[in-house]
Design a protein around this ligand. Structure first.
Ligand SMILES: [Zn+2]
Ligand SMILES: [Zn+2]
Length: 135
């Protein structure tokens, strides 16, 4: 964990390692309320600051899956969070989990002349593999 933080030029503190461990242990993106619950005893300001640092250093990205609540997920290694690094997100309508699909890049969009893109938000909705197995 420490090496992951160092590779992103983040000073490894106990709190940062903890937050990273939690994020790395998730199979889906995690929302702020869930994180707050997990870090019940920790100072919320420290948690927010940690997330902000992670986001600035491009260790995590926030996901807007259309549900109105912000979710976070780890970025793939070497991700620079540039438009060409963006990938599809998948919102399961059954378990309400949001998954990163880093193998499916968001297609480059040809915009008319004076338009420049900063980010593209692509969210697919459906049933995830886990929910499909249960069914
Ligand atoms: Zn599901
Ligand atoms: Zn993602």
């Amino acid at each position: 964990m420490e090496n992951i933080l160092k590779s992103r030029n983040i000073k490894p503190t106990a709190m940062r390692i903890l937050v990273l461990e939690v994020l790395a242990g998730q199979d889906a993106a995690i929302g702020l309320p869930e994180l707050e619950q997990l870090f019940d005893r920790a100072d919320k300001t420290t948690l927010y600051r940690t997330l902000k640092v992670f986001e600035e250093k491009k260790l995590i990205h926030r996901i807007d899956d259309g549900t109105g609540s912000v979710k976070y997920a780890l970025c793939p290694a070497n991700c620079e969070c540039l438009p060409e690094d963006l990938h599809l997100h998948f919102l399961c309508t059954s378990c309400k989990k949001t998954y990163c699909l880093p193998d499916i890049p968001v297609p480059t969009i040809q915009l008319p002349g004076d338009f420049s893109v900063e980010s593209v938000n692509m969210v697919a909705k459906g049933i995830c593999s886990k929910c499909n197995q249960v069914a």
